[in-house]
Design a binder for this molecule. Structure first.
Ligand SMILES: C[S@@+](CC[C@H](N)C(=O)[O-])C[C@H]1O[C@@H](n2cnc3c(N)ncnc32)[C@H](O)[C@@H]1O
Length: 201
């Protein structure tokens, strides 16, 4: 029997069918475009590098990385319905929890885009993500910021029955240190996001 699904995963299961389409319109598309620009800039050249997208949703970023030459590109998400939507050629889609999954391999780029705020234990999730990062690899995080914009985003999710975590730079640095990583670059994406690059110390 499958374990009970959390309110977060039930929410994203229910969103999966229309998630990508809704992200292509309006304010979401505007924010997404700018977040994607920051993520790709901090991820650097992808050609011939391997990539792991943790909390990949329906595969928006995994697909971008694969289109830029990442090989192989693996996408992990805890929502079965999201994973079922990942159908880009060459992408390997796996259902799993980012805090506990063990893939037994390391990647040049590990991306966590819009997922760390949803997990119960961000430290455990980042530590597990670091287990999958190559010694000369880079990890890229997209997180909601602890500011007015972030608090509005948190209020939006409260309506779905769960609280999300907001992150400041100091918090990210603390989490990174526990995972044996150091902060190497940062790009704010107003009004409520920031992208961080982390590398093994
Ligand atoms: C806001 S969506 C972002 C999806 C994708 N990164 C994107 O930007 O399109 C958050 C995703 O994180 C997933 N998620 C939440 N908690 C998770 C966990 N503990 N392990 C794996 N995935 C998780 C959800 O199922 C959802 O697909």
């Amino acid at each position: 029997m499958s374990p009970p699904r959390s309110a977060v995963i039930r929410h994203f299961d229910a969103q999966a069918e229309t998630y990508q389409d809704r992200a292509r319109h309006g304010l979401w598309a505007w924010q997404r475009r700018r977040e994607a620009g920051a993520i790709l800039a901090l991820a650097g050249a992808m050609n011939g590098r391997s990539a792991l997208d943790l909390g990949a949703g329906a595969g928006f970023y995994a697909r971008l990385l694969a289109e830029r030459g990442a090989q192989p590109t693996v996408a992990v998400d805890a929502s079965r319905a999201m994973v079922a939507r990942i159908d880009h050629p060459g992408l390997e889609a796996i259902e799993g929890d980012i805090a506990t999954i063990r893939l037994g391999r390391r990647f040049d780029v590990v991306l966590l885009a819009g997922v760390l705020e949803f997990v119960d234990d961000a430290e455990a999730a980042l530590l597990n993500a670091a287990r999958h990062l190559a010694v000369d690899g880079s990890m890229v995080l997209l997180v909601p910021t602890d500011n007015t914009g972030g608090r509005l985003y948190r209020r939006f999710h409260r309506r779905h029955g769960f609280a999300i975590t907001l992150f400041g730079r100091h918090h990210v640095q603390q989490l990174a240190a526990v995972a044996g990583l150091a902060l190497t670059a940062e790009r704010p994406v107003a009004p409520f996001s920031a992208v961080y690059a982390l590398a093994p110390r």
